[in-house]
Design a protein around this ligand. Sequence first.
Ligand code: CS2
Ligand code: MN
Length: 365
Amino acid sequence: MPMQMGFRWYGEGNDKIKLSDIKQIPGVTSIVWALHNKLPGEVWEVDEIAEVQKQLEPYGFNMDVVESVNVHDDIKIGLPTRDGYIANYIQTIRNLSKFGVKVICYNFMPIFDWTRSDLFHPVGDGSTALYYQKDMIQDDYNAMADYIMSFTEKYNMTFPGWEPERMAKLDELFKAYAPVTKEKLWENLKYFLEALMPVCHECDIKMAIHMDDPPWDIFGLPRLLTSAENIDRFLSMVDDPYNCLTLCSGSLNADPNNNVADIVRKHCDRIAFAHIRNVKHFPNGDFSEASHRDCDGDTGILEILKAYHDCGYEGYIRPDHGRHLWGEGPGNVRPGYGLYDRALGIMYMWGVWDMLDKLDAEKKG
Ligand code: CS2
Ligand code: MN
């Protein structure tokens, strides 16, 4: 069995991309989905999940991978109320298992998910991409949130991790996180996963943590999934085959010191979900997202794909952020989640993969 190709889709009425368009991209078998109307901490009900299943079925897509079931802040902060939210999370796992879900992607970043200073930055060829200007993202978290929220309001689009309900009480959230040191956050992550593991075994669902994006502390908030060393720590902290990674190449490689191919080779059996994203670094510390072609960025896409192939990777994989092309722009596309560049990315990934298969077959005679 080869790797299993997925495509992230934000749901009927919430994503301008149609399932019938995705169907035309070669080799896509999984729709990477979520209930995007759910706030962190809420139970995903069986009838709501069934609704998504009904939409995917006519196209023959499976719903094996969820991205994401977001984790309530009280769990990350370690408040006494966390046990109730963990119980809800467990109920969601049980409900998802009734539909054959195999992998839950999530993250454990305090307050913010991905962070960028420009969502539609000109790349130079007429396309745009997400961009991180280092000196712009420093202390002023309100300015950052205002920038992102101005998009969500203007274009009536919600972004996962940037829920208006949470952004409206940012100062309160920052206060609540004040006592959460990096060590405390590790402890809270351990507590959460240890509570989940027995249910994951029972339901045959892997928890796959996404890398922090970018992989360093921002606005004084600690981040954990940032380096090879911390990935080692994470995997041994809860050493269980159901405690896995969503290895996001572009998130990790925003720090050029991270060698993603090495991490793939070391931990292939614990990678449940692979995100392929390419980033280009600038000498001043800024970075831009790039096409999936190896030479367009600095992430080492070829080496990473070769590492997965060498390991016999049979898990789920998807193109992560792409550029916005051919008329895609603010208002008609989710930043990073257009149709065209992700489709091109898939064809690049298959091209490399199929050729590696062919070379292997030739070697074997
Ligand atoms: C994703 C993340 O769009 C993206 O950057 O890779 O937002 C990812 O979905 C979450 O961090 C996972 O919980
Ligand atoms: Mn990713």
